[in-house]
Design a binder for this molecule. Structure first.
Ligand SMILES: [Mn+2]
Length: 323
């Protein structure tokens, strides 16, 4: 039978699906669970490549992660270099950290470099480490972006907190109904390159504005009007949402299942973690987690809300795209 009468493009399906994670040593044990869940739901007929962008990831941890490789899911590492763009970001992060702002860490910005650092790919997926796959990530990759530059889910945490709604609308000039969460991104890397995304972002970073979720705020401002909205099943945040039909769980801005017992869908995390070499580390981490740590995490979220409240008082947007 000819390949031309199957109604499908036979070449498209054989394309490797690139999935990017960005981590430091602290995240290795969580990303292992996410990658394991990805492997368990991968289509055996397709090929996937997990690319871990990192800084300060020990050799033993790289070994342990690399050992997870399967027949159709490759694992690669990419060490971040401190080029001029990174220097701008690191300087900004150093200045902003210590203000209860746990987002002011350079690792959050690595996803912005994917298009520039990986010219061999035209399309790619970025996934946060605090996630568990419940379906085949290849299906996310197959979503057509059309004219849009990326696809992401409208951030459900924003609608839950009036201070956040006010913040994104006033301080960022982005309608709350359009503001997306950057924890799961389907990216047209060609378009991001053409846009010079990284230059645009560092130009904004240089303005040194105080922000609630910097990398995510920049993404929303720079790509305003050019973001396709993903179905919530691809970034389902179990705390306060019905997890039925979820293809990807994201433990975003909530109690983490690796620290707490009473987390919705927490068992899915532990199920995935059990198949990795990090299970013992995770158990020990949970045992060591104290009430004080838990209070600290809750206070960080409170501090973010307070910051959002303050910043939304400004008459002008806090950041704007320069002309
Ligand atoms: Mn996250």
């Amino acid at each position: 039978m000819s390949i031309f009468n199957t109604g499908m493009n036979p070449f498209k399906k054989t394309k490797v699906v690139p999935i990017f994670y960005t981590i430091t040593d602290d995240y290795a044990k969580y990303v292992a669970a996410s990658i394991h869940s990805l492997m368990q739901h991968a289509n055996p007929k397709r090929h996937y490549r997990v690319i871990i962008m990192y800084d300060r990831l020990s050799l033993p941890n790289r070994w342990r992660l690399r050992n997870m490789v399967t027949k159709n899911v490759a694992i690669e590492f990419h060490k971040m270099k401190y080029n001029l763009y990174m220097q701008i970001i690191v300087r900004y992060c150093a200045k902003r950290s210590g203000s209860g702002d746990f987002f002011a860490s350079a690792v959050y910005y690595y996803r912005a470099f994917i298009a520039r650092l990986f010219p061999q790919y035209d399309k790619g997926i970025y996934v946060d480490s605090d996630t568990i796959l419940m379906g085949d990530i290849g299906k996310l990759y197959d979503i057509e972006l059309g004219e849009d530059v990326i696809a992401a889910r409208v951030d459900p945490k924003v609608a839950m907190v009036p201070e956040f709604v006010e913040y994104v609308e006033k301080a960022l000039d982005v309608p709350a109904k359009n503001y997306v969460n950057s924890g799961v991104l389907l990216m047209d890397l060609k378009k991001l390159r053409k846009l010079h995304y990284i230059t645009k972002m560092t130009d904004l970073v240089k303005k040194d504005a105080d922000l609630v979720a910097p990398d995510q705020d920049y993404l929303n401002v720079i790509l305003k009007g050019r973001i396709k909205h993903l179905n919530k099943c691809w970034n389902l945040q179990p705390e306060g949402e019905d997890p039925k039909g979820a293809k990807l769980l994201h433990f975003n801005l909530s109690k983490k299942p690796w620290f707490h017992d009473d987390v919705t869908c927490g068992e899915e995390f532990w199920k995935a973690a059990r198949g990795t070499g990090f299970y013992g580390d995770l158990m020990r981490g949970k045992e060591r987690y104290t009430k004080k740590d838990s209070e600290k995490a809750a206070n960080q979220i409170k501090a973010l809300i307070e910051k959002a409240r303050k910043l939304s008082k400004s008459d002008e947007p806090v950041i704007k795209m320069g002309n």
